[in-house]
Design a protein around this ligand. Structure first.
Ligand code: CP3
Length: 348
């Protein structure tokens, strides 16, 4: 809902993230900006994905599109997790229908030596985009984001998307020192990217560790958590709530919270009540409607939405979202209807 004359750092979404009382359950969707929207496909015509992420005019327009159309309670900064990697000089491209593809994978110490730290002067356009956006958004908060060290490492080590992450795990176990140095560098890059957005005016941040659900808890604790903690710590002191999300992370929810999150993102495989129990009720939760259910008939979909809102009210705080991103062929009108339903049923 549009919140006028409100400081976005005191908006419904930010309050829910902090576990404070809210007048209704706030809602946004991962990948709410993107191919499900005809107006997105139109402005992206003939413009490459990475280029569109570096043009403040396009970033602003694309980020605003779902806010205007769906009346969601937050905007998510239009960018990609590999943008900061490209900004420090990694030769990569985002291939439509595939994802990020890296020209020279990182597998040796010499490869790592070619990966510099991220300084804010490498991304002045990000600061500019955030400033344009916060001016246009008024009381609606902007969520900044970055990829977490593990997920970024997996793209860099594999050279592209991977199902089994075999090269990543081989490096982790084969040369733990190099793995840790790589992830420490990525935590710096990721943290700096979050900090640039928060300093420019983003009201919350989300750290995406999309593929970390491929690890057992023991490996997560040993090889990943310290680095994610480092990335999240980069915005400490800026008074922005930190959301931490991954796919298939049912076994890792507590550990991800302990990495320094205020809000734990839950995918659609874990019941929200179970997620609350697993995390000891310590965190606000975000989630977790299965994006595929947006293709189901309205009645059962609505019942599922209501069920998630009810479970969310038992949590310390709840931000309604999907359990992963909007699928490109989703009917945008269904998304608008879900937003309205969440607001209606959660009003208190
Ligand atoms: O609305 C939003 O959520 C903001 C935009 C956003 C994008 N990427 C835009 C994008 C966000 C938050 C991301 C993060 C991202 N990128 C993640 C983490 C979130 C997740 O989905 O788990 C990951 C793993 C990536 C890497 C990546 N980039 C993938 C897997 C893909 C999809 C490839 C494809 O074409 O299906 C991309 C490309 C991408 N990022 C698109 C968008 C809108 C599609 C490219 C296009 O529209 O041309």
């Amino acid at each position: 809902m549009s919140e006028t004359n409100v400081d976005p750092r005191n908006s419904v979404l930010v309050k829910a993230a902090r576990g404070e009382e809210v007048p209704y359950t706030p809602v946004w969707f991962m990948r709410q900006a993107g191919r499900s929207l005809p107006e997105y496909r139109k402005v992206r015509e003939g413009v490459g994905m990475l280029e569109s992420c570096r043009r403040p005019d396009l970033v602003t327009e694309i980020t605003m599109q779902p806010v205007r159309r769906h009346h969601v309670d937050a905007a998510i900064f239009f960018s990609d997790i590999v943008v900061p990697l490209a900004a420090v000089g990694v030769d990569l491209d985002i291939v439509a229908g595939v994802g990020p593809v890296v020209a020279q994978p990182i597998r040796t110490r010499a490869d790592l030596d070619r990966l510099p730290e991220l300084t804010p002067d490498a991304v002045p356009d990000i600061t500019e985009s955030v400033k344009l956006l916060t001016a246009e958004l008024g009381g609606t908060p902007l969520i900044g984001f970055a990829g977490a060290p593990f997920t970024l490492a997996s793209y860099l080590v594999e050279g592209g998307p991977s199902k089994n992450h075999e090269n990543t795990k081989a490096l982790m176990y084969g040369d733990p020192e190099l793995w840790n140095d790589l992830c420490a560098r990525l935590a710096q890059i990721s943290g700096a990217f979050l900090r640039v957005q928060a300093e420019a005016g983003a009201s919350a941040v989300q750290l995406f560790d999309s593929w970390v659900g491929n690890l057992p808890l023991a490996d997560y604790l040993r090889f990943v958590q310290p680095h994610s903690r480092q990335a999240l710590a980069a915005v400490e002191g800026l008074d922005v709530p930190k959301i931490h999300f991954g796919v298939g992370t049912g076994e890792l929810l507590s550990a991800m919270g302990e990495a320094g999150a205020d809000v734990v993102g839950v995918d659609f495989r874990v019941d929200l009540d179970a997620a609350r129990e697993r995390t000891g009720g310590q965190y606000a939760l975000q989630g977790n409607l299965d994006p595929a259910l947006l293709f189901a008939p309205w009645e059962p979909l609505e019942a599922k939405v209501d069920e998630i809102v009810a479970a969310g009210r038992r949590a310390k705080g709840h931000i309604f979202n999907l359990g992963h991103g909007v699928l490109p062929s989703t009917d945008p009108d269904v998304i608008t209807r879900v937003v309205a339903r969440v607001h209606e049923i959660s009003a208190r």
